[in-house]
Design a protein around this ligand. Structure first.
Ligand code: ADP
Ligand code: ZN
Length: 735
């Protein structure tokens, strides 16, 4: 007899599924994974059928309304992945499924044909917003919403609704050319196809890695291959050929890259090589996303290149998954479900019986540990292709530099090298991973500092808009001419940001054609492409930027990289701060000397002896890993232990304390051996947006024990209340 009840996962923050009986007249339950419509409270809701049963679990079960035959069901593998993610990352099943399927694929209605995008840089938009404030409040609000949206784009009707107004303000902004209203079907990104490189003879190292990977593809081994190759060692070339093999065998391929690496240059290499390619990135319009999802599901696409969510592509003939720059923390989703796409890729490979390639010049210690322990297959690509050498890295000790009085932002040594580079007509990068002009504005006499009134954090001065800005809640204020506290003291700007580097470079090299690239100056893929092109065409000489410039660029005339301050990231209270520092320096150093002219790297630091900086100097990943492993082992941190972080946030401090105490005592009650619970303690950033924050850390020797402890609090943490609780397993962010 067929089952009479179905379990439905609904997109609500509750750790359970909901049982319904079959609709009147139905003999068979809908297949698992079907989209269904059910009564939920007083309304109707859309969910997915995730279970069948013969026995009612409660009384008064209601009948489901309909099976949504117009919507695609979730394939069985994805359903299994959803269950695993829900368990592993302690996220409600309904919300997990929701995150796996783009919202365009969850409704069959066509909506939002028009999209509003910024037509000017973020900085100019911010200026416009400030001048509209008070006079044209609706327009200012619309701009504010656009500015707070990733990619700076919004559906026209949605924007009107979010700003609680009509579409008129957006249309006025469009007339003023501050925004553009585009027909989303017509708006596509300007990818450039680069010349195909399939004719290259592989190096011996590339060849041996490729052979092993091909073997796995052909015999459907669920092996994980780690390509540990220095920057410019030809990793991408190996991916491309492995993908060739998978497609030739009739298979499909997912390639995950960090969003920031989805550059025209990178995507161009895939477009020139393969025919049926689809690209998922955050700037896609909803029409484009819907169309691409449909094509992927119908098997009209051989290879999907995308960020995080591409790991959920509903492919049915998957043969290979590639994760490029596997160490990138942007693979970790920062809201529920807080999954790491790299780890989900490995899970999917194992569920589907297909190989996974992880590639990086600076693998995460978790991945490296798995590789040297034999869980993954390790392939080394220790040299750059074509006999090019890695650029020599020189360290400039800023503490002695200061004493000699040659200090400032650009050291004597860096200035001399940059001078030479520019006079030879070559190009340079100056890297500093800090937005704005100055990170601290302080009164010289009374010590007052500008802080965000809503967050426990200093405001950053942005010179381009003449305002102090909070990087957490976007609060902004114009600085006073004198200290607003003691009324007499002068305000001093300390803590350099990338805007200040730009000014210093322009002052030192007035002739140089300089260009800055960070999330304040760049809003669209189009602007990014323009800057990229201007460097290829050698219309620009110096690129200054944050981590946006540390990836993906391959310019043959880029012969100098200056890291303006290497140790800023070492001071962040996070056990991964040394790893991040090493990764960033190594990645940005890798931009130098990719052509036949060679290149050099200067690293300015106050901590020249730190092992992360020393190892970056010698391009020695193994040396770094060995040192860092010692420290992690001593503390029981990953990869030697497993961590979860439970973050509490509330406007009410005493409720917060009570809740954190309640949850941590649930955790501590009969703690299994090998598990430690630390806290509750205030989070490093104690207040954000007026909400106090505190956290509890769990450290466990085994995954199993970690999850047995987490399972005790699942019910309690998903209850909506005055305290917001977030469970983060394998957290990437400790602030
Ligand atoms: P990675 O991904 O490790 O940074 P890439 O695959 O991008 O390295 O290779 C760097 C450059 O070298 C690219 O321009 C690529 O076309 C080229 N290249 C890759 N493999 C070879 C090879 N075997 N011979 C010559 N050039 C190569
Ligand atoms: Zn703030």
């Amino acid at each position: 007899m067929a089952a009479r009840f179905v379990d439905v996962a609904l997109p609500v923050r509750v750790d359970t599924t909901f049982q319904y009986s079959l609709p009147p007249g139905a003999e068979f339950p809908p297949p698992l994974g079907s989209a269904v419509e059910v009564p939920f409270g007083k309304r109707r809701a859309m969910g997915y059928c995730v279970g069948h049963s013969d026995i009612p679990k409660v009384e008064g079960i209601r009948a489901m309304t309909a099976v949504r035959g117009d919507l695609p069901p979730i394939p069985p593998t994805l359903l299994k992945m959803a269950e695993w993610i829900s368990w592993y990352y302690a996220s409600p099943i309904g919300m997990t499924i929701n995150a796996m399927i783009p919202k365009e694929a969850r409704s069959s209605r066509e909506r939002g044909r028009k999209r509003v995008v910024l037509a000017v840089s973020r900085e100019d938009a911010e200026k416009a917003m400030n001048s509209l404030r008070g006079r044209h409040e609706a327009q200012a609000r619309a701009l504010e919403i656009l500015l707070s949206t990733e990619g700076g784009a919004f559906d026209l009707a949605g924007l009107a609704a979010a700003a609680s107004t009509s579409t008129a303000p957006a249309r006025t902004l469009a007339r003023k050319k501050i925004v553009r209203i585009v027909d989303e079907a017509l708006d596509s990104l300007p990818w450039t196809a680069s010349p195909p490189t399939s004719g290259l003879a592989l190096t011996a190292d590339q060849e041996s890695a490729l052979q092993a990977i091909r073997q796995s593809i052909e015999s459907r081994e669920k092996k994980v291959h780690l390509l540990l190759g220095v920057t410019g060692s030809g990793k991408t070339e190996v991916y491309l050929r492995a993908i060739d093999t998978a497609i030739a065998a009739g298979g499909q391929v997912i390639t995950l890259v960090p969003e920031i690496a989805l550059t025209p240059q990178m995507v161009g290499r895939y477009l020139s090589r393969f025919k049926r390619v689809s690209v998922w990135h955050s700037a896609l319009s909803s029409a484009q996303r819907r169309e691409s999802y449909r094509a992927v599901r119908k098997g009209e696409v051989d290879i999907l290149v995308g960020a995080r969510s591409a790991v959920f592509a509903p492919f049915e003939r998957l043969r290979l998954i590639v994760v490029d720059e596997e160490h990138e923390t942007s693979f970790k989703q920062q809201n529920e479900p807080r999954y790491n796409a790299r780890d989900v890729a490995v899970l999917r490979g194992s569920l589907e019986g297909v190989p996974v390639i992880l590639g990086s010049a600076t693998p995460s210690l978790e991945t490296y540990h798995n590789a040297i322990g034999g869980k993954y297959v390790l392939h080394h690509l220790p040299t750059r292709v074509d006999g090019r050498s890695l650029p020599p890295v020189e360290i400039v000790d800023l503490s002695t530099e200061k004493r000699r009085g040659t200090g400032g932002i650009i050291s004597e040594r860096l200035r001399i090298l940059a001078d030479g580079t520019l006079s030879r007509g070559e190009q340079a990068i100056f890297f500093l991973n800090r937005r704005g002009y100055s990170t601290l504005v302080q009164c010289a006499s009374c010590g007052f500092t500008y802080k965000c009134p809503r967050c426990e954090i200093s405001l950053t001065f942005h010179r381009s808009i003449g305002r102090l800005v909070c990087h957490y809640c976007r609060y902004g204020v114009a600085p006073a001419p004198v200290c607003p506290e003691c009324i007499t003291g002068t305000l001093r700007k300390t803590g350099i940001g990338v805007e200040q580097v730009e000014k210093a470079v322009k002052d030192l090299f007035p002739e140089a054609r300089v260009c800055r690239m960070d999330s304040d100056s760049i809003t669209s893929a189009l602007e990014y492409l323009e800057i990229y092109k201007s460097f290829v065409d050698r219309e620009k000489d110096v690129l200054i930027g944050t981590q946006m410039v540390a990836k993906g660029f391959d310019f043959p005339f880029m012969t100098l990289v200056g890291v303006v301050l290497a140790d800023g990231s070492l001071n962040i209270p996070d056990f991964r701060s040394a790893e991040r520092t090493f990764q960033l320096i190594t990645q940005v150093a890798g931009r130098a000397g990719r052509g036949s002219l060679g290149g050099r790297v200067i690293v300015q630091t106050f901590r020249p002896g730190h092992y992360s900086i020393q190892a970056a100097k010698t391009h020695d990943y193994a040396a770094f890993a060995e040192k860092e492993m010692e420290a992690r082992r001593a503390m029981g941190y990953p990869p030697f232990g497993h961590t979860a972080r439970i973050l509490f946030a509330s406007a009410d401090g005493s409720l917060l304390a009570a809740k954190a105490a309640q949850i941590s005592s649930l955790l501590r009650d009969g703690l299994p051996a090998g598990v430690r619970v630390l806290g509750p303690a205030p989070a490093p950033i104690g207040i954000i947006n007026g909400k106090r924050r505190s956290h509890v850390m769990i450290l466990s020797d085994t995954v199993k024990a970690l999850h047995s402890v987490l399972s005790r609090i699942r019910q309690a943490v998903f209850k909506e209340g005055k305290v917001r609780i977030a469970v983060d397993v394998d957290p990437a962010d400790m602030l």
